[in-house]
Design a protein around this ligand. Structure first.
Ligand SMILES: C[S@@+](CC[C@H](N)C(=O)[O-])C[C@H]1O[C@@H](n2cnc3c(N)ncnc32)[C@H](O)[C@@H]1O
Length: 350
């Protein structure tokens, strides 16, 4: 079975119970050692980091065909597009946070991305952290920020070998190698022991997770008693009391976005609240920050029309171009109140 150039066309079905699919046994040649066992020791992780980008293993694994293709697509998408993003936008691969209805110039956006991290910490009431897991870490911007701010040790995981390697290289240049460590691993099967982290951080990775229930249960598992768990993610709107699914036009719009950005089925903020409450988590708080992120996508689109943005986009490859083509649909989704930029925070009981 070959997974080269696999395209994950998953049909979103918009109910939590449908986010699990049939599994079967297969042998795959995987460029990503998704189910390797990782040492929980930080030192061992640093040694492993140099191996990340080159590992190729033949493994007997139980896989979900669609889920495996999705992961492959996500890894390739970020392998291909992260250099372009860093070149134009820097080390943070998430939205900026703005005052609602503010007009901002291009140069304000990087500051707005830092503000997103600060507003997130403020909303969650986090004033200190010693051990952080950065789930879906991109090229490690959040981890390095949190390591500097709190002196915390941070472990970042991503599906993209290119991102993991780049995240580690930037950390080394910044003199942070003893504080942060990045590796290729699956958020749904994290290479960490139970209760390792006092801050569990997922900044704009939840939307990629094909099994939201497993995603949340892994976040809860690796959280120490008393730890704060933070999920900042794209959701669809909450359903009304008389609705059991979204409207057909809404399904269609989200499907197109899924195809462009390698996303599985979306869920609502209310669905996340049910999930975290089902684990007995405390102090569950949510907010809709859709208005606070409104200037972001128009700015990303404008940046694609600069000479640097456009030429880099053309060089980066088809997956990146496909992603760029659905960006206007994100704006449409936000404007039509279908897409919500949500934060969900909670605390694991002591
Ligand atoms: C939009 S980027 C966000 C990056 C980073 N959190 C930031 O704010 O800069 C999404 C990230 O989620 C990661 N991701 C998606 N699915 C994942 C999974 N199943 N396991 C681990 N990482 C995943 C991608 O590899 C990518 O690094």
């Amino acid at each position: 079975m070959s997974f080269t150039a696999a395209t994950p066309i998953l049909t979103p079905s918009y109910s939590l119970s449908s986010l699990h699919s049939n599994r079967f046994k297969a042998t795959i040649l995987s460029p990503i050692p998704l189910r390797r066992s990782f040492s929980s020791s930080f030192t061992r992780c640093r040694r492993n980091c140099s191996l990340i980008a080159t590992a190729a293993t033949t493994t007997d694994v139980e896989i979900d065909m669609d889920v495996d293709r999705l992961k492959e697509g996500i890894a390739e998408f970020y392998d291909e597009s992260s250099g372009l993003w860093e070149n134009v936008w820097g080390e943070h691969m998430h939205h900026g946070f703005y005052d609602p209805d503010s007009s901002v110039s291009l140069s304000d956006h990087r500051a707005a991305q830092i503000r997103m991290i600060e507003e997130t910490l403020r909303f969650a009431g986090v004033e200190a952290a010693t051990a952080v897991v950065d789930v879906g870490c991109g090229i490690g911007g959040s981890s390095r920020y949190l390591a500097r701010k709190f002196g915390a040790k941070c472990r970042g995981i991503t599906l993209s070998p290119v991102q993991a390697k780049r995240a580690q290289a930037i950390a080394a240049d910044a003199g942070l190698s003893d504080k942060v460590c990045f590796e290729v691993a699956d958020a749904l099967n994290q290479p960490f022991s139970d209760g390792e982290f006092d801050l569990v951080w997922s900044m704009e990775s939840g939307e990629h997770m094909p099994d939201k229930s497993k995603f949340v249960s892994e976040l809860v598992r690796v959280a120490a008693p008393g730890a704060t768990i933070i999920i900042v993610t794209w959701c669809h709107r909450d359903l009304g009391p008389s609705e059991d699914s979204l409207q057909p036009w809404e399904h269609k719009l989200l499907q197109k976005i899924c195809d462009g950005f390698y996303l599985p089925a979306w869920c609502s903020t209310a669905d996340y609240v049910k999930l975290v409450e089902s684990h007995g988590l405390q102090d569950v708080r949510t907010a809709d920050w859709s208005r606070n992120v409104a200037p972001f996508w128009p700015a990303v689109i404008r940046s694609a029309f600069t000479w640097n943005g456009f030429s880099s986009l053309l060089r980066s490859g088809w997956k990146t171009i496909k992603g760029a083509l659905v960006m206007p649909l994100m704006i449409e989704g936000f404007k039509k109140d279908l897409i919500k930029f949500a934060i969900i925070t909670c605390r694991k009981p002591e």
